[in-house]
Write a protein that binds this ligand. Structure first.
Ligand SMILES: Nc1ncnc2c1ncn2[C@@H]1O[C@H](COP(=O)(O)OP(=O)(O)OP(=O)(O)O)[C@@H](O)[C@H]1O
Ligand SMILES: [Mg+2]
Length: 443
């Protein structure tokens, strides 16, 4: 059998006998084994060791295996998970798989069953790791996410990048990464050493836009003291990104059509055309088909632009990508602000995951920036979220809760904030330690 050296396995079970038994078995197969007798100590180990595979029991006092798996899925994306349990029910298996476990083994199991499950999960892990390596292109270009809809986007980007002249039309809500996708296409295409020029078509007055795009010759209008090139000449060999294309005036649309058909432009004031070699990528967050229907956008231009179509999914449809993005931005801003890296509490993550993110990745980035600036503790609690989120949780969780629950919950949060120092928490709350203990012990 091939050597399994180098794979680190963490086993979590509250029964020391089971831990010992599995450990001995796995060591005989040359795996490196670490054990933990509770979910809490597993969390510590995961933080400090590189673990390839987690094998956890389901029923454990305090924090059970399901919650451990949820924690792992949220914080680590590069390890395999197997759940073992003596309480084998279909329901348990379904929950385990839903939480992110890849294999579920009911107790009692034979060594062979265990080894088979381990080999399968580790083989899957290898496949995922090599797929991730292949995706380095998207990592280089800064696009984060490995959800199914984003994988489809990467495939389209690769397809677009493999041609040098096909026009690309990118749609998607605001803040979904349209410009990022356009850059990714340019920088992974054969045009990458020539310029990438983004132009925000909305908001630039008509005459100015024409001038910006195509340039002018000396004396073509009052104030035209010099001949000046436009973006199409500057971008020669490269890519022009026409953002918010739906808002381009009709007079400019005709000229863009000409660029696409004839590959040539006219500078303002010149009757001589100039050949240009530029790829056009256009984007909009508006409903372009509606604009075509209403006549504010030329149908022929739309067809010419829409050779490769890329639709960026809204963040709320990207599943667990949200955790990747949260952790990435948290790391980035903590570094920038020279702050120690904090961690999101599970409750905070739940709220962030369930929020609808109308401003998508840009909004998420802004929220994490704000949190990093404002938060002080090691843990990012619900109270550290901008007000918008805080009030929505109170609405969801608290309005049906008895007062005693709300009080206890609040005390626990304050305690967490003071690293479980009861004296400090009691002081913050304006109560004595005895009262604090009384509330905490209440049902
Ligand atoms: N998948 C992603 N991974 C990492 N960062 C991302 C991702 N998508 C977007 N961003 C970041 O989010 C911000 C918004 O992205 P971008 O400007 O590309 O969005 P857009 O769709 O062009 O938005 P708008 O419609 O408002 O112009 C940028 O800072 C970008 O770097
Ligand atoms: Mg944009």
């Amino acid at each position: 059998m091939a050597s399994k050296n180098g794979k680190n396995i963490l086993i979590v079970d509250d029964s020391l006998d089971t831990l010992e038994l599995i450990k001995r078995n796995l060591k005989s197969k040359n795996y490196t084994v670490v054990t933990a007798s509770s979910a809490q100590s597993a969390v510590d180990i995961l933080e400090n060791h590189k673990i390839d595979l987690l094998i956890t029991d389901l029923k454990m006092p305090k924090v059970d295996g399901l919650n451990l798996i949820k924690h792992v899925k949220r914080n680590y994306n590069d390890l395999g998970i197997i759940m073992i349990t003596g309480f084998a029910t279909i329901d348990g298996a379904v929950k385990a798989i839903k939480a992110g476990s890849e294999e579920f083994i009911p107790k009692p199991f034979t060594d062979q069953e265990l080894f088979k499950a381990i080999e399968k999960v580790l083989a899957n892990l290898e496949t995922r790791r090599s797929a991730a390596k292949k995706q380095t292109n998207s990592i280089i270009t800064g696009m984060i996410g490995d959800s199914h809809p984003m994988k489809k986007v990467y495939a389209r980007i690769c397809k677009a990048a493999s041609t040098s002249s096909a026009t690309v039309f990118i749609t998607g809500e605001s803040g979904t990464g349209k410009e990022l996708a356009a850059r990714a296409i340019h920088y992974t295409s054969s045009r990458s050493s020539d310029p990438f020029i983004p132009i925000h078509c909305a908001g630039i007055p008509e005459e100015l836009l024409e001038n910006e795009l195509f340039g002018h010759v000396k004396g073509s209008f009052t104030g035209a003291y010099e001949t000046r090139a436009g973006f199409f000449q500057t971008a020669d060999g490269g890519t022009i990104f026409l953002d918010e294309i739906a808002e381009t005036p009709l007079s400019i649309q005709v000229k863009l059509l000409r660029v696409l058909q004839e590959k040539e432009i006219f500078m303002i004031g010149s009757r001589k055309s100039q050949k240009v070699n530029v790829r056009i990528i256009a984007a909009t967050n508006k409903d372009i088909e509606k604009a075509v229907e209403s006549g504010s956008f030329r149908k022929d231009l739309f067809y010419r632009l829409n050779v490769v179509n890329i639709k960026l999914p809204p963040l709320r449809e990207r599943g667990n990508d949200i955790f990747l993005l949260l952790n990435l931005f948290l790391e980035k801003f903590s570094k920038e602000l020279n702050k120690p890296l904090a961690k999101f509490s599970d409750e905070t993550l739940d709220i962030l995951k369930n929020y609808s993110w109308p401003g998508n990745v840009r909004e998420l980035q802004n929220v994490i920036n704000q949190i990093t600036i404002m938060s002080e503790g090691e843990i990012i609690n619900v109270s550290d979220l901008p007000k918008l989120f805080y009030s929505s949780t109170i609405k969801n969780d608290y309005f049906n809760a008895p007062l005693s629950y709300v009080i206890k919950d609040h005390i626990q949060k304050v305690l967490e904030n003071h690293a479980n120092n009861k004296t400090k928490a009691a002081k913050t709350l304006g109560i004595d330690r005895k009262t604090l203990a009384k509330y905490l012990n209440s049902k």
